[in-house]
Write a protein that binds this ligand. Structure first.
Ligand SMILES: [Zn+2]
Ligand SMILES: [Zn+2]
Length: 354
């Protein structure tokens, strides 16, 4: 089978020929119906390495591996001892693979596994140190990592939800208590994750939504998905947000970029007692001190989401309450897709269908 593979750090991924995987006892092979092309893959190609590039951490895993950590498809081969699935069942793959045994993993938060050394790869998963879904078939090492797709949801539509919707869902859910109908939520960066964040904020909270991006098309998309206000970078955003919020700032700010400018902006428009959550992994640094954010503003990061939250996200999509705006590409197009993604030319999410 063909696969898009990262052969070494600091290189473009290549399409190579690999044998189809076979499942050992307890494992499954799925036929990929869609694999989302994520900004993180660009970081894997360009920025990650063996710890040289501070502040990005050194990973406990390294290439070669097949890219693609946002995957859905159909059960193809079933290893001995697996009883929950039948061939052809449509499934989504939960992407962060922990030890499966610690308290965090049992609660479904494999992103925060307490025993990463006992995971298939520490802090990774399919497409992150192990072979992912940018290939015709993908090996999934444990059945707990597969979620049945609800009726009416196709693998191609489900694939990007496993990260691009799960990650903002987790970040927004964490701040639900503050997102009352009189509250404001600011979403910085309306890309693959941000355009889902707008929808998730709309359907799960009563808050007024402000979306910020540097691209007109992204702001138009945000409006069409339910943003109440959109501001373009460079538009005196701070004073506009203060005006809208009677001078207080927003209860919740989500930064899907995470560079110096976006973090400084986020800290300047978040209100006292607010939540400022950095989701984007541009990896730059925000100064933090007693006076750098309003009193009692919580500054936090989140990483991905839980298995339970993924089931909730899939249900939201099956009920047509959220949907990823997708463009479909063949595996052969994947190298060009990543060039376009790097150039900011992809609207919503590109999904590779091998
Ligand atoms: Zn991703
Ligand atoms: Zn664990």
């Amino acid at each position: 089978m063909k696969a898009l593979r990262l052969m070494k750090w600091k290189s473009e991924a290549e399409i190579v020929e690999l044998p189809k995987p076979t499942p050992a006892p307890g494992q499954l092979v799925i036929k990929i119906g869609g694999a989302g092309a994520c900004h993180l893959d660009l970081d894997l190609m360009k920025d990650f390495g063996d710890g040289q590039l501070s502040p990005l951490p050194a990973m406990a895993w390294k290439p070669p591996f097949t890219l693609g950590h946002e995957n859905a498809g159909w059960i193809d081969l079933i290893g001995a001892g697996v009883s929950r699935f039948r061939e052809g069942d449509p499934v989504a793959v939960y992407g962060s693979w922990g030890c499966g045994k610690c308290g965090k993993c049992k609660a479904g938060f494999e992103t925060y596994c307490d025993n990463p050394a006992k995971a298939p790869v520490p802090g990774g998963g399919g497409g992150l140190g192990l072979d992912g879904g940018m290939a015709e078939y993908m090996l999934v090492p444990f059945e707990r990592l597969l979620l049945d797709l609800p009726d009416g949801l196709k693998p191609i539509d489900a694939a990007p939800l496993t990260d691009a919707a799960l990650t903002p869902y987790h970040a927004i859910k964490r701040s639900w208590a503050k997102l009352t109908p009189d509250a404001f939520i600011v979403i910085i960066g309306v890309g693959g994750l941000g355009h889902m964040a707008v929808q998730i904020a709309k359907v799960t909270t009563g808050a007024t939504i402000i979306a910020i991006d540097s691209r007109n098309e992204a702001l138009e998309l945000a409006t069409s998905l339910g943003a109440n206000y959109t501001f373009k970078v460079g538009d005196e955003i701070k004073s506009k947000v203060k005006d809208l919020t009677s001078g207080h700032g927003a209860e919740v700010v989500l930064d899907f970029v995470g560079n110096k400018q976006t973090m400084a902006l986020g800290a300047s428009i978040c209100r006292t007692l607010g939540d400022f959550t950095i989701v984007g992994i541009a990896g730059e640094v925000l100064p933090f001190s007693f006076f750098s954010v309003p009193y009692k503003t919580s500054l936090q990061t989140t990483y991905w989401g839980s298995r339970v939250e993924l089931a909730e996200v899939l249900d939201l999509a099956a009920h047509h309450l959220i949907s990823s705006k997708i463009s479909k590409f063949k595996l052969a197009d994947a190298p060009q897709v990543y060039l376009d993604l790097a150039a900011g030319k992809i609207e919503g999410r590109a999904v590779i269908v091998p």
